[in-house]
Design a protein around this ligand. Structure first.
Ligand code: MEV
Length: 290
């Protein structure tokens, strides 16, 4: 039995970090995906393979996840353990993760992995609702980032543009906003959980000019709470020469910036940012988990 699921990455248009403390965030999924393929085997071995890590263990060692378990593997092992328990199965599972989203740069690769893995692995036994998959994905993400707001997993599951707050969950925004985000990668990777901890201690629509202005204002707050970096500041300055606005996306401390553009300023913004770092464009993905 084989099962394939994929989930999109994300950018946060407004409200990263503040969302952890109950403020609303506005986010959207992007057209870059994580694809997870799972299959059951008779061998009773758990095998997980991604571009960055791999692990092989007996299925009865699943309950002894500890400090020596590689961090990148914890969410997958959690999902496998919960799934085998839920469906009372004593089989082996092989999982392969393929990614179009570089890890640790604020584009939701970890959440998309949790969502796609939860969908792919549970579907080996039963097709669950998106709500159930989201719940399992958030629990899995908590094995590496205890205080996640759940925003990233929500948008990676349901896709599109959404408002999210911890108390009320997500509300989809029915807009077919026509913008292109130019994403520039500083190649400085980060640990979201560490940056959220740092902040804890510190304690639309079609009007793109206004949206851009608000993004730049949001960036000023993010700089003030210490999650931007010198490299990202340079990207932001360059992006703002032609884009409607620009800000970091995700936890900061490296990762990517996003610059808001449309047909009128996309090419110029791309050309400027290509002089600073690796750039690519992204549009909203409206499909969510597939
Ligand atoms: C990370 O993509 C977004 C943060 O707000 C953390 C979270 O919401 O869980 C920094």
């Amino acid at each position: 039995m084989k099962s394939v699921a994929s989930a999109p990455g994300k950018v946060i248009l407004f409200g990263e970090h503040f969302v952890v403390y109950g403020i609303s965030a506005l986010l959207c999924s992007i057209d870059k995906r994580i694809i997870v393929t799972s299959q059951t085997t008779d061998e009773k071995m758990i095998k997980i393979e991604s571009d960055i890590d791999h692990i092989e263990m007996s299925n009865n060692s699943l309950s002894i996840m500890n400090e020596s378990t590689p961090k990148t593997m914890k969410p997958f092992l959690y999902i496998i353990k919960k799934t085998l328990e839920r469906f009372k199965k004593d089989v082996g599972i092989e999982v392969k993760i393929e990614s179009e989203i570089p890890p640790g740069i604020g584009l939701g690769s970890s959440s998309a992995c949790c969502v796609a893995a939860a969908a792919s692995i549970t579907a080996l036994f039963e097709k669950l609702s998106r709500e159930e998959i989201l719940k399992l994905a958030i629990e899995a993400e908590r094995t590496i980032f205890e205080n996640t707001s759940g925003a990233d997993c929500s948008v990676c599951t349901f896709g599109g543009l959404m408002e999210y707050d911890i108390k009320n969950g997500f509300k989809k925004i029915n807009s077919k906003a026509d913008f292109v985000l130019v994403i520039t990668n500083s190649k400085q990777t980060h640990q979201t959980s560490e940056l959220v901890e740092k902040v804890r201690k510190f304690r639309e629509k079609n009007d793109l000019s206004r949206l851009g202005l608000l993004m730049s204002e949001n960036q000023a707050y993010l700089e003030r709470i210490g999650v931007s970096t010198g490299t990202l500041d340079v990207f932001i300055k360059e992006a703002k020469k032609t884009a409607y606005g620009a800000k970091i996306t995700g936890a900061g401390g490296g990762g990517c910036i996003i610059a808001l553009t449309d047909k009128s300023n996309l090419n110029q913004t791309l050309a400027n940012l290509r002089n600073c770092g690796e750039c690519f464009t992204a549009k909203i993905d409206y499909r969510g988990l597939l």
